[in-house]
Ligand binder design. Structure first.
Ligand SMILES: [Zn+2]
Length: 212
């Protein structure tokens, strides 16, 4: 299965430099378990960063510094960070949950939706979301950015189709209506900054009640 939607370079660079908060580090690290391309890019960023730090000495910037950096870029990339669990739960997520995805106890949000809040800080929330096949989440916009990583199944909205490993960034301006694919439950890891703003009046109330 090929990952088609990736975090942008700025996010990958920030991750490699250790500049992301715990929520964003979790969703990036989990994406990397699916994505060889981004593992390789993060590996390159880490090597460049490490080489630059080593060379911050007055006499160290000699003629072969660039050659040494280039040599490091040709080294094999970091080993795959996919660790096994009984149901192939990505290792960074398993570490937070303390269990496999199949052992998660979902809170119900209507007949077809489940969620678990992993943590919140101010306007930021990290959640697992699960939608039954063909679940229509409902049209909504955002008061801040929403980052979504598909763990199982998939969904489609106006911007495209997303499957396991795919990473979507929804800006505050984007109004979208994700619908789960028909084959199986769609399970996502999401980081939202600010509340969701549903078009539908009932959904607006439910979302407010549940802290979305
Ligand atoms: Zn990627």
């Amino acid at each position: 299965m090929t990952v088609r939607h990736h975090p942008d370079d700025a996010l990958l660079l920030a991750y490699a430099a250790g500049g992301l908060d715990a929520a964003m580090s979790l969703i990036l690290a989990t994406h990397l378990t699916f994505c060889a391309r981004c593992r390789r890019l993060v590996g390159i960023h880490e090597k460049i960063g490490g080489a630059l730090l080593e060379d911050i000495q007055p006499i160290a910037m000699n003629n072969d510094a660039l050659a040494r950096v280039m040599a490091r870029l040709n080294e094999p990339s970091a080993p795959e960070r996919h660790q096994s669990s009984n149901d192939n739960t990505p290792a960074p997520l398993h570490a937070i949950l303390g269990r496999d995805l199949s052992g998660v106890r979902w809170r119900k949000l209507g007949p077809n939706l489940g969620y678990v809040t992993l943590y919140r800080q101010g306007p930021m929330a990290v959640r697992l979301l699960r939608g039954a096949p063909r679940t229509d989440v409902g049209s909504h916009s955002h008061h801040g950015k929403e980052y979504t990583l598909v763990l199982r199944g998939g969904y489609t909205d106006a911007t495209g189709s997303y499957g396991p490993g795919d990473f979507q960034v929804a800006s505050a301006e984007l109004r979208h209506n994700p619908v789960a694919d028909p084959e199986e439950d769609c399970i996502n890891l999401s980081v939202t900054i600010g509340r969701l703003n549903f078009d539908n009046a009932v959904q607006k109330i439910v979302a407010r009640l549940f802290g979305f």
